[in-house]
Design a protein around this ligand. Structure first.
Ligand code: UDP
Ligand code: MG
Length: 317
Protein backbone atom coordinates (compact mmCIF):
# COMPACT_ATOMS: atom_id res chain seq x y z
CA UNK A 1 0.00 0.00 0.00
CA UNK A 2 1.32 3.37 -0.92
CA UNK A 3 1.59 5.86 1.91
CA UNK A 4 -0.09 9.11 1.03
CA UNK A 5 1.60 12.43 1.70
CA UNK A 6 -0.56 14.53 4.04
CA UNK A 7 -1.18 18.27 3.85
CA UNK A 8 -0.12 18.96 7.42
CA UNK A 9 1.78 16.89 9.92
CA UNK A 10 1.86 18.10 13.52
CA UNK A 11 4.75 17.02 15.70
CA UNK A 12 4.13 17.03 19.43
CA UNK A 13 6.86 16.10 21.93
CA UNK A 14 5.37 14.50 25.03
CA UNK A 15 6.97 14.27 28.44
CA UNK A 16 4.52 13.56 31.25
CA UNK A 17 1.62 15.34 29.55
CA UNK A 18 -1.12 12.83 30.37
CA UNK A 19 -3.44 15.55 31.74
CA UNK A 20 -3.12 17.68 28.60
CA UNK A 21 -3.38 15.09 25.84
CA UNK A 22 -7.15 14.93 25.53
CA UNK A 23 -7.79 18.67 25.26
CA UNK A 24 -4.78 19.05 22.99
CA UNK A 25 -6.01 16.31 20.69
CA UNK A 26 -9.52 17.77 20.47
CA UNK A 27 -8.31 21.27 19.76
CA UNK A 28 -5.81 20.10 17.14
CA UNK A 29 -8.43 17.96 15.44
CA UNK A 30 -10.95 20.81 15.35
CA UNK A 31 -8.46 23.26 13.94
CA UNK A 32 -6.88 20.98 11.36
CA UNK A 33 -10.09 19.47 10.02
CA UNK A 34 -11.23 23.00 9.19
CA UNK A 35 -8.20 23.90 7.11
CA UNK A 36 -7.04 20.76 5.33
CA UNK A 37 -8.32 17.40 4.19
CA UNK A 38 -5.43 15.15 5.15
CA UNK A 39 -3.43 15.63 8.28
CA UNK A 40 -1.55 13.53 10.78
CA UNK A 41 -0.66 14.02 14.43
CA UNK A 42 2.70 12.58 15.40
CA UNK A 43 3.14 12.33 19.15
CA UNK A 44 6.68 11.59 20.24
CA UNK A 45 6.71 10.08 23.71
CA UNK A 46 9.99 11.19 25.24
CA UNK A 47 10.22 8.65 28.06
CA UNK A 48 7.18 9.87 30.01
CA UNK A 49 6.82 8.41 33.48
CA UNK A 50 3.03 8.82 33.60
CA UNK A 51 0.43 7.09 31.42
CA UNK A 52 0.91 9.40 28.42
CA UNK A 53 1.93 6.49 26.19
CA UNK A 54 -1.21 4.48 26.97
CA UNK A 55 -3.35 7.49 26.10
CA UNK A 56 -1.48 7.96 22.84
CA UNK A 57 -1.85 4.31 21.86
CA UNK A 58 -5.55 4.55 22.70
CA UNK A 59 -5.98 7.64 20.51
CA UNK A 60 -4.09 6.03 17.63
CA UNK A 61 -6.48 3.11 17.73
CA UNK A 62 -9.53 5.36 17.60
CA UNK A 63 -8.27 7.81 15.02
CA UNK A 64 -6.22 6.79 11.98
CA UNK A 65 -4.71 10.30 11.80
CA UNK A 66 -2.92 9.77 15.10
CA UNK A 67 0.55 8.26 15.27
CA UNK A 68 2.97 7.76 18.11
CA UNK A 69 6.71 7.31 18.22
CA UNK A 70 7.84 5.95 21.54
CA UNK A 71 11.47 6.70 22.45
CA UNK A 72 13.33 4.25 24.69
CA UNK A 73 13.98 6.90 27.37
CA UNK A 74 13.92 10.64 27.94
CA UNK A 75 16.16 12.21 25.28
CA UNK A 76 15.02 15.81 25.72
CA UNK A 77 12.66 18.12 23.89
CA UNK A 78 14.87 19.02 20.90
CA UNK A 79 15.69 15.39 20.12
CA UNK A 80 12.06 14.32 20.52
CA UNK A 81 11.08 16.90 17.90
CA UNK A 82 13.93 15.78 15.63
CA UNK A 83 12.69 12.20 15.88
CA UNK A 84 9.21 13.39 14.88
CA UNK A 85 10.69 15.10 11.84
CA UNK A 86 12.04 11.75 10.66
CA UNK A 87 8.65 10.10 10.96
CA UNK A 88 6.37 12.62 9.33
CA UNK A 89 5.16 12.60 5.78
CA UNK A 90 3.49 15.84 4.75
CA UNK A 91 3.80 18.94 2.61
CA UNK A 92 4.01 21.12 5.72
CA UNK A 93 4.98 20.35 9.30
CA UNK A 94 3.94 22.14 12.46
CA UNK A 95 5.97 21.81 15.67
CA UNK A 96 3.96 22.51 18.81
CA UNK A 97 4.28 22.01 22.59
CA UNK A 98 1.86 19.67 24.28
CA UNK A 99 1.07 21.82 27.31
CA UNK A 100 -1.25 24.17 25.39
CA UNK A 101 1.06 27.14 25.88
CA UNK A 102 1.10 27.21 22.11
CA UNK A 103 -2.57 27.54 21.05
CA UNK A 104 -3.44 24.88 18.44
CA UNK A 105 -5.92 27.32 16.87
CA UNK A 106 -3.02 29.48 15.69
CA UNK A 107 -2.13 26.77 13.17
CA UNK A 108 -4.78 28.16 10.81
CA UNK A 109 -2.97 31.50 10.80
CA UNK A 110 0.40 29.83 10.35
CA UNK A 111 -0.99 27.86 7.43
CA UNK A 112 -2.61 30.91 5.82
CA UNK A 113 0.72 32.73 6.01
CA UNK A 114 2.51 29.71 4.53
CA UNK A 115 0.14 29.77 1.58
CA UNK A 116 1.35 33.25 0.74
CA UNK A 117 4.61 31.53 -0.20
CA UNK A 118 6.66 31.24 2.98
CA UNK A 119 8.64 28.10 3.83
CA UNK A 120 9.00 28.95 7.49
CA UNK A 121 6.28 30.66 9.51
CA UNK A 122 7.15 31.01 13.16
CA UNK A 123 4.87 32.00 15.99
CA UNK A 124 6.26 35.06 17.70
CA UNK A 125 5.34 35.68 21.33
CA UNK A 126 3.74 39.01 22.02
CA UNK A 127 3.32 38.21 25.70
CA UNK A 128 4.42 35.36 27.92
CA UNK A 129 2.09 34.42 30.69
CA UNK A 130 2.66 32.27 33.74
CA UNK A 131 6.41 32.32 33.51
CA UNK A 132 8.70 33.61 36.21
CA UNK A 133 10.23 37.06 35.86
CA UNK A 134 13.64 35.39 35.91
CA UNK A 135 12.78 33.20 32.92
CA UNK A 136 11.30 36.11 30.98
CA UNK A 137 14.30 38.34 31.56
CA UNK A 138 16.94 35.68 30.87
CA UNK A 139 15.13 34.54 27.71
CA UNK A 140 14.82 38.10 26.41
CA UNK A 141 18.45 38.85 27.13
CA UNK A 142 19.67 35.56 25.73
CA UNK A 143 18.03 35.95 22.33
CA UNK A 144 19.34 39.46 22.01
CA UNK A 145 22.88 38.36 22.78
CA UNK A 146 22.60 35.37 20.44
CA UNK A 147 21.37 37.60 17.65
CA UNK A 148 24.55 39.65 17.89
CA UNK A 149 26.73 36.58 17.89
CA UNK A 150 25.49 34.79 14.78
CA UNK A 151 26.06 35.90 11.19
CA UNK A 152 22.47 35.24 10.11
CA UNK A 153 19.05 36.55 11.07
CA UNK A 154 17.68 34.85 14.19
CA UNK A 155 14.10 35.71 15.14
CA UNK A 156 13.55 37.21 18.59
CA UNK A 157 11.02 35.91 21.13
CA UNK A 158 10.18 32.70 19.34
CA UNK A 159 10.32 29.13 20.51
CA UNK A 160 9.94 26.06 18.38
CA UNK A 161 6.23 26.63 17.68
CA UNK A 162 6.24 27.10 13.91
CA UNK A 163 5.27 25.74 10.53
CA UNK A 164 7.91 24.55 8.08
CA UNK A 165 7.55 23.25 4.56
CA UNK A 166 8.71 19.86 3.33
CA UNK A 167 11.78 21.50 1.78
CA UNK A 168 12.90 22.69 5.19
CA UNK A 169 12.24 19.30 6.79
CA UNK A 170 14.40 17.66 4.12
CA UNK A 171 17.15 20.19 4.68
CA UNK A 172 17.04 19.60 8.44
CA UNK A 173 17.57 15.91 7.87
CA UNK A 174 20.92 16.77 6.37
CA UNK A 175 21.97 18.50 9.57
CA UNK A 176 22.48 15.52 11.86
CA UNK A 177 24.39 17.38 14.56
CA UNK A 178 24.11 16.07 18.10
CA UNK A 179 23.52 19.12 20.29
CA UNK A 180 20.29 20.21 18.69
CA UNK A 181 19.08 23.79 18.63
CA UNK A 182 16.33 23.55 16.05
CA UNK A 183 15.32 27.21 15.99
CA UNK A 184 18.96 28.04 15.22
CA UNK A 185 19.20 25.42 12.49
CA UNK A 186 16.02 26.65 10.84
CA UNK A 187 17.20 30.25 11.00
CA UNK A 188 20.56 29.21 9.55
CA UNK A 189 18.83 27.46 6.64
CA UNK A 190 17.29 30.65 5.43
CA UNK A 191 14.39 30.18 2.96
CA UNK A 192 11.48 32.59 2.88
CA UNK A 193 10.50 33.24 6.48
CA UNK A 194 7.57 35.03 8.02
CA UNK A 195 5.81 35.13 11.37
CA UNK A 196 2.48 35.40 13.11
CA UNK A 197 2.06 37.11 16.50
CA UNK A 198 0.40 35.44 19.47
CA UNK A 199 0.05 35.70 23.25
CA UNK A 200 1.66 32.78 24.97
CA UNK A 201 -0.65 31.35 27.60
CA UNK A 202 0.53 29.69 30.77
CA UNK A 203 0.90 25.92 30.93
CA UNK A 204 -2.52 24.27 31.16
CA UNK A 205 -1.79 21.33 33.44
CA UNK A 206 1.21 19.49 34.78
CA UNK A 207 4.52 21.22 35.33
CA UNK A 208 7.37 22.40 33.17
CA UNK A 209 10.01 19.79 32.55
CA UNK A 210 12.45 22.41 31.39
CA UNK A 211 14.57 22.82 34.49
CA UNK A 212 17.00 25.71 34.70
CA UNK A 213 19.84 23.33 33.99
CA UNK A 214 18.14 22.08 30.79
CA UNK A 215 17.51 25.68 29.77
CA UNK A 216 21.14 26.53 30.40
CA UNK A 217 22.20 23.52 28.29
CA UNK A 218 19.98 24.65 25.42
CA UNK A 219 21.32 28.19 25.68
CA UNK A 220 24.94 26.96 25.50
CA UNK A 221 24.11 24.68 22.55
CA UNK A 222 22.53 27.62 20.77
CA UNK A 223 25.72 29.64 21.11
CA UNK A 224 28.37 26.96 20.52
CA UNK A 225 26.44 25.54 17.60
CA UNK A 226 26.27 28.75 15.66
CA UNK A 227 29.01 31.07 16.83
CA UNK A 228 32.76 30.89 17.38
CA UNK A 229 32.78 34.33 18.96
CA UNK A 230 33.33 33.12 22.56
CA UNK A 231 36.62 31.55 21.44
CA UNK A 232 37.62 34.82 19.83
CA UNK A 233 36.70 36.78 22.97
CA UNK A 234 38.67 34.44 25.17
CA UNK A 235 41.80 34.85 23.10
CA UNK A 236 41.36 38.62 22.93
CA UNK A 237 40.93 38.73 26.68
CA UNK A 238 44.12 36.69 26.99
CA UNK A 239 45.97 39.23 24.86
CA UNK A 240 44.60 42.16 26.81
CA UNK A 241 45.51 40.71 30.19
CA UNK A 242 48.99 39.72 29.01
CA UNK A 243 49.49 43.25 27.77
CA UNK A 244 48.57 44.72 31.18
CA UNK A 245 50.78 42.17 32.90
CA UNK A 246 53.65 43.25 30.68
CA UNK A 247 53.10 46.90 31.63
CA UNK A 248 53.04 45.95 35.29
CA UNK A 249 56.34 44.11 34.97
CA UNK A 250 57.96 47.14 33.38
CA UNK A 251 56.56 49.36 36.13
CA UNK A 252 57.88 47.04 38.83
CA UNK A 253 61.33 46.90 37.26
CA UNK A 254 61.50 50.70 36.93
CA UNK A 255 60.39 51.31 40.49
CA UNK A 256 62.84 48.72 41.85
CA UNK A 257 65.98 49.67 39.95
CA UNK A 258 65.47 53.31 39.08
CA UNK A 259 63.22 54.72 41.79
CA UNK A 260 64.66 52.17 44.25
CA UNK A 261 61.28 51.55 45.74
CA UNK A 262 59.97 48.02 45.97
CA UNK A 263 56.20 47.82 45.69
CA UNK A 264 54.55 46.25 48.68
CA UNK A 265 51.00 45.02 48.67
CA UNK A 266 49.72 41.59 49.42
CA UNK A 267 46.13 42.57 48.63
CA UNK A 268 46.74 43.63 45.07
CA UNK A 269 48.72 40.45 44.54
CA UNK A 270 46.04 38.12 45.78
CA UNK A 271 43.28 39.98 43.94
CA UNK A 272 45.06 39.83 40.63
CA UNK A 273 45.98 36.16 41.15
CA UNK A 274 42.35 35.30 41.93
CA UNK A 275 41.15 37.35 38.99
CA UNK A 276 43.54 35.68 36.60
CA UNK A 277 42.67 32.24 37.99
CA UNK A 278 38.98 32.96 37.42
CA UNK A 279 39.51 34.15 33.88
CA UNK A 280 41.64 31.12 33.10
CA UNK A 281 39.08 28.66 34.42
CA UNK A 282 36.31 30.41 32.52
CA UNK A 283 38.34 30.33 29.32
CA UNK A 284 39.11 26.65 29.73
CA UNK A 285 35.39 26.08 30.29
CA UNK A 286 34.51 27.89 27.08
CA UNK A 287 37.06 25.90 25.12
CA UNK A 288 35.79 22.74 26.84
CA UNK A 289 32.26 23.41 25.58
CA UNK A 290 33.50 23.44 22.01
CA UNK A 291 35.64 20.35 22.53
CA UNK A 292 32.72 18.45 24.02
CA UNK A 293 30.74 19.37 20.94
CA UNK A 294 33.44 18.02 18.66
CA UNK A 295 33.62 14.90 20.81
CA UNK A 296 29.90 14.19 20.68
CA UNK A 297 29.78 14.69 16.96
CA UNK A 298 32.76 12.45 16.22
CA UNK A 299 31.32 9.59 18.27
CA UNK A 300 28.51 9.71 15.72
CA UNK A 301 25.90 7.95 17.77
CA UNK A 302 22.26 7.93 16.65
CA UNK A 303 20.33 10.84 18.13
CA UNK A 304 17.68 8.65 19.73
CA UNK A 305 16.37 5.10 20.00
CA UNK A 306 12.84 4.04 19.17
CA UNK A 307 11.10 1.41 21.25
CA UNK A 308 7.77 1.18 19.43
CA UNK A 309 5.82 3.13 16.85
CA UNK A 310 2.82 2.69 14.62
CA UNK A 311 4.32 4.82 11.84
CA UNK A 312 5.10 2.77 8.74
CA UNK A 313 7.59 5.20 7.34
CA UNK A 314 11.07 5.77 8.72
CA UNK A 315 13.17 8.43 7.08
CA UNK A 316 15.84 8.52 9.73
CA UNK A 317 19.36 8.58 8.40
N1 UDP B 1 9.34 17.87 26.59
C1 UDP B 1 9.93 16.71 26.08
N2 UDP B 1 11.04 16.23 26.72
C2 UDP B 1 11.60 16.82 27.80
C3 UDP B 1 11.01 18.02 28.29
C4 UDP B 1 9.88 18.52 27.64
O1 UDP B 1 9.47 16.14 25.10
O2 UDP B 1 12.59 16.32 28.33
C5 UDP B 1 8.13 18.42 25.90
C6 UDP B 1 6.95 18.74 26.80
O3 UDP B 1 6.11 17.63 26.97
C7 UDP B 1 6.27 19.87 26.04
C8 UDP B 1 7.44 20.60 25.40
O4 UDP B 1 8.50 19.65 25.34
O5 UDP B 1 5.43 19.38 25.02
C9 UDP B 1 7.85 21.85 26.14
O6 UDP B 1 8.17 21.52 27.47
P1 UDP B 1 7.80 22.44 28.72
O7 UDP B 1 6.41 22.94 28.62
O8 UDP B 1 8.15 21.64 29.94
O9 UDP B 1 8.84 23.63 28.54
P2 UDP B 1 8.58 25.19 28.84
O10 UDP B 1 7.33 25.59 28.11
O11 UDP B 1 8.44 25.30 30.29
O12 UDP B 1 9.80 25.84 28.29
MG1 MG C 1 5.57 24.77 28.38
Amino acid sequence: MEIKTKDISVIIPIYNESTNIEELYNRLKNTLSKIVKHYELIFVNDGSKDDSLLKLIDLSQQDSNVFYVNLTRNFGHQIAVSAGLNYCNAETVVIIDADLQDPPELISELYAEHQKGFDVVYAKRRKRKGETLFKRITAKLYYRILKRMVPFEIPLDTGDFRLISKKVVKALQHMPEQNKFLRGQIAWLGFKQSYVLFDRASRKKGKSAYTYSKMFRLAIDGITGFSDKPLLWVSRLGFLISFFAFLLIIMAVISHFILERTITGWTSLIISAAFLGGIQLLSIGVIGEYISRINRNTINRPLYMIETTNVKLDKSL
